[in-house]
Design a protein. Structure first.
Length: 572
């Protein structure tokens, strides 16, 4: 039973936002964009006892419309969770019986009837009680409360069918592998071995303890002196003092168990002595073991929901890229929050939810089902993998036809002292080789502004026409710039940076194509036509080196205009 959708109103930084989930969902976004708050909203509703007598929310959980506002000023806090079948009769008979009158039918756009359960948790300020009051309801297809379904056992049943487990970003092995920790302690408490086996082990431990003490005579002196305490206070008549060099009870022995991992040198060291990456990864696998062991104590029909924050913490990039297959293999539904482009490069585009703020309000965007074809998804996936997922984290995409555009805009930005990294601008180059429209379509779905530079030739005009169809009501100059010449190489030559291209004229091509002289209208066109195949980027860098010598004044206005437009888009 999957959690398919959550709608959050007036909770922390969320004023009103809806997020859809898959079996595996990955949350991306800048710091304080709401990823942790979403995980917390799910956890509060599905793992806490909700009643009018106990408020599961704290003062800071209520959305504040301004700095002067008080909790509750923004209106009622509401969190609505929707659980749907993937297809008709997807839920087992046992799940349907367990859900009882909580489940209702809803007709899909395809005309199919599927079951769904909707839980709404609501908190508001009650003036008569001078305090916040929290309540919950199961809703029908029209969003109306169902009084018959409002029984505490129903809420408890739902929480048992969809238990929530959460693992935060701060994973300290020294803490997580303590005998009283949440995930490690269950493996140590209440040994499940047969009583006869326990007694046999404890007898052997007692013998070994006595052997150790017998070999260390100094401890006998300590024992005799401690026994003198009986002269002052009343103690047991026998075995007044014992010294346990080793634990002699199975439960005590297990409580002291520690994990040792062999290091690169071959020495076996306690886990807490290893690097942060090894510790973090070990805690993840402990988490997996805990879930697998605990599932036997949950309802067999349960489908747990796992909230994971920054599973990539402290890991090497290669290890991060290998991590996704492990996360996919974890039992249950997963909601993962990450800041890692390496991890994102392995995640299906449809599983990504991008958090960002527009005019101070949080929005969550995703790739819509029919936006891209399978071929277009493959094209975009290639670029996402090639950039190690960094495109998904950008605030603006600058699209260029080829490799030359990448180097020209990168170097021009440095000359103009524009920090593209700080601004969140990512260059998407060589779309001419892979197709243009998939990128702006994906960017629009994810809420990433884009600007595209096209050549001033027939192919560029075709690209321009394709982009115009995607703009809708947006101003074209904000998103499309047309080179004043047929290509970027000719633009550089005409802008005064043709010397590197003159140096690289191919002798063979020159004999056939080079007829014009410097100053002739066709001269630079022929120079560009006579360039050898390949290494376009190297020649562009030579031209940009000359531009660097001239400083900001040497940057053509066209390049400056494009970069300034991207900075404006990224800042919105």
């Amino acid at each position: 039973m999957l959690l398919k959708k959550i709608t959050i109103e007036n909770f922390r930084g969320f004023q009103n936002v809806t997020v859809e989930f898959d079996r595996n969902t990955v949350l991306v976004g800048e710091n304080n964009s709401g990823k942790t708050s979403l995980l917390e909203a799910v956890r509060l509703c599905l793992s806490r006892a909700v009643s009018r007598r106990v408020n599961v929310f704290e003062d800071h959980d209520y959305h504040l419309p301004s700095n002067a506002a008080r909790p509750g000023d923004a209106g009622d806090l509401r969190i609505t969770l929707d659980f749907f079948e993937d297809s008709p009769d997807d839920w087992s008979d046992g799940v349907v019986r367990a859900l009882g009158d909580m489940a209702v039918f809803q007709t899909t756009p395809q005309g199919e009837d599927i079951r769904h359960v909707t839980l709404r948790v609501q908190s508001r300020f009650d003036k008569s009680a001078a305090d916040f009051v929290t309540d919950w309801d199961f809703l029908d297809s029209g969003g109306n409360p169902m009084p018959k379904a409002k029984r505490p056992q129903n809420l408890n049943t739902l929480q048992q069918l969809k238990p929530v487990f959460y693992l935060g970003a701060l994973r300290d092995a020294a803490t997580q592998f303590q005998s009283k920790s949440t995930f490690w302690a269950p493996f140590l408490r209440n040994p499940t071995m047969p009583i006869d086996a326990q007694k046999e082990i404890e007898a052997e431990l007692t013998k070994l303890n006595q052997k150790v003490l017998g070999a260390e005579s100094k401890l006998q002196q300590v024992k005799d002196n401690l026994a003198r305490a009986q002269d002052i206070v009343s103690l047991s008549k026998s075995d007044t003092v014992t010294i346990d060099a080793l634990p002699t009870r199975v439960w005590d022995m297990l409580s002291r168990a520690q994990v040792n991992v062999a290091g690169a040198s071959g020495a076996s060291l306690p886990l807490s002595r290893h690097g942060a990456g090894t510790q973090s990864l070990s805690v993840l696998f402990l988490f997996q073991a805990y879930l697998e062991a605990d599932l036997g104590r949950l309802d067999k029909m349960s489908d747990p929901l796992l909230g994971l924050e920054e599973p990539e913490a402290h890991l090497h990039p290669a290890a991060i890229r290998a991590l996704w297959s492990t996360l996919e293999s974890l039992n249950g539904q997963k909601i993962v929050a990450t800041h890692s482009g390496d991890l994102i490069s392995k995640v299906p585009l449809a599983s990504i939810r991008r958090f960002h703020r527009v005019d101070g309000k949080t929005q969550v965007r995703q790739l819509q089902p029919n936006t891209l074809s399978k071929d277009e998804i493959r094209t975009v996936n290639f670029h996402v993998r090639r950039t190690r997922g960094e495109l998904i984290f950008a605030r603006c995409w600058l699209l260029g036809e080829g490799e030359t555009e990448y180097w020209v805009f990168s170097e021009a930005a440095q000359i103009l002292a524009l920090d593209l990294e700080k601004a969140g601008i990512r260059l998407v180059d060589s779309f001419a080789q892979s197709g243009l429209t998939p990128f702006p379509k994906l960017a629009d779905d994810l809420g990433i502004p884009w600007h595209c530079v096209v050549d001033g030739d027939k192919q560029g005009a075709s690209y321009q026409a394709s982009l115009q169809g995607l703009l809708k009501t947006r101003p074209e100059p904000d998103h499309i710039s047309v080179l004043p010449f047929e290509n970027m190489e000719l633009f550089l030559c005409e802008s005064g940076y043709g010397t590197p291209y003159e140096r690289h004229i191919s002798p063979q091509k020159s004999k056939q194509l080079m007829t014009a002289k410097p100053g002739d209208p066709q001269y630079w066109e022929q120079v560009v036509a006579c360039q050898p195949n390949g290494r376009k980027g190297a020649r562009a860098l030579e031209a940009m080196a000359e531009m660097t010598k001239k400083g900001k004044k040497g940057v053509p206005k066209f390049l400056t205009s494009v970069l300034e437009k991207c900075c404006t888009l990224a800042s919105k």
